[in-house]
Design a protein around this ligand. Structure first.
Ligand code: BGC
Length: 266
């Protein structure tokens, strides 16, 4: 535009898209968080904005929050979002701890529509696994690594030489005739009022089961309880080395951004 006026300066308080940045959104049962991520370093480039997950957490209500977070950061560009369910090619196929209306929903298409940007949706634990493999506790670890997030449910990510096999859903293995996450997720400790050591023994029993099936080289344990591992981890005695997650609150956001960046890059 030849107006003779100088071009307006790009506002410095707004993150601009560049090939090494992507927006990450972490959708959980209680909160939805978003930030711009530097995908080369795994660092957040903005504050981590958070909204409560709407109740009921049906697709349209969640999509509205997703659009609000992205607009709040003034973001245009690739977006990665996590979802706490099986996600195949952008479609959510289960809903263990979220509104059942998500079963069969095209989350990818819905979020793409409300944000008007390219969006990739992946399972929440898979995102955490990718982030830990690239920047955290599983960085540079060869062989089979299993990342487990112990929260309301149990999420799992299976990695081989850093490459993810998605949607393993090991939280739903059968353990003592029950869904494993009902026995060993951190919510089970709260629900049954278990001591740290009693709960740790349940985690041990669960890990032994997973160990027999996959013979991993390393377990990475994440979720809120990983911050309090001094209370319980020493009660867990299994053959496979165990370490705690390094990215903690940011793993989902970082992993989602990373996955989107790799997916959409040409
Ligand atoms: C879901 C998984 C999810 C995990 C952690 C499980 O109940 O089935 O898809 O990764 O919870 O949110």
């Amino acid at each position: 535009m030849a107006t003779g006026q100088p071009e307006p300066a790009t506002p410095t308080n707004k993150p601009r898209n560049a090939a090494n940045r992507a927006y990450g959104i972490d959708i959980g049962g209680s909160g939805i968080k978003g930030a711009v991520v530097d995908v080369r370093t795994g660092k957040l480039l903005t504050d981590r904005a958070r909204r409560d997950t709407p109740q009921p957490s049906d697709p349209d209500a969640v999509a509205e929050v997703v659009a609000e977070l992205v607009a709040g950061h003034g973001w245009t560009g690739e977006i990665g979002a996590t979802f706490p369910a099986v996600v195949q090619h952008g479609v959510t196929l289960s809903a263990a701890n979220v509104d059942k209306a998500w079963i069969g929903a095209d989350a990818d298409a819905l979020f793409t529509k409300v944000t008007d940007q390219d969006v990739l949706v992946i399972n929440d634990a898979d995102a955490a696994g990718l982030a830990e493999a690239r920047f955290g506790a599983a960085k540079g670890v060869d062989g089979v690594v299993i990342v487990l997030t112990l929260g309301t449910g149990i999420g799992s990510a299976l990695l081989h030489n850093g490459v993810l096999v998605p949607n393993t859903e090991l939280g739903h293995l059968e353990l003592d005739g029950k869904d494993a996450e009902r026995r060993a997720a951190s919510s089970a400790r709260e629900r049954h009022g278990l001591s740290w050591s009693d709960w740790a023994k349940r985690v041990e029993h669960y890990l032994e089961h997973v160990e027999r099936l996959f013979t991993p080289d390393l377990f990475v344990l994440g979720g809120g309880v990983s911050k309090r591992s001094d209370k319980w981890l020493h009660h867990v005695d299994i053959r496979t080395p165990i370490t705690t997650a390094k990215l903690l609150n940011d793993a989902g956001i970082v992993g989602a951004a990373l996955a989107a960046n790799e997916h959409f890059e040409e």
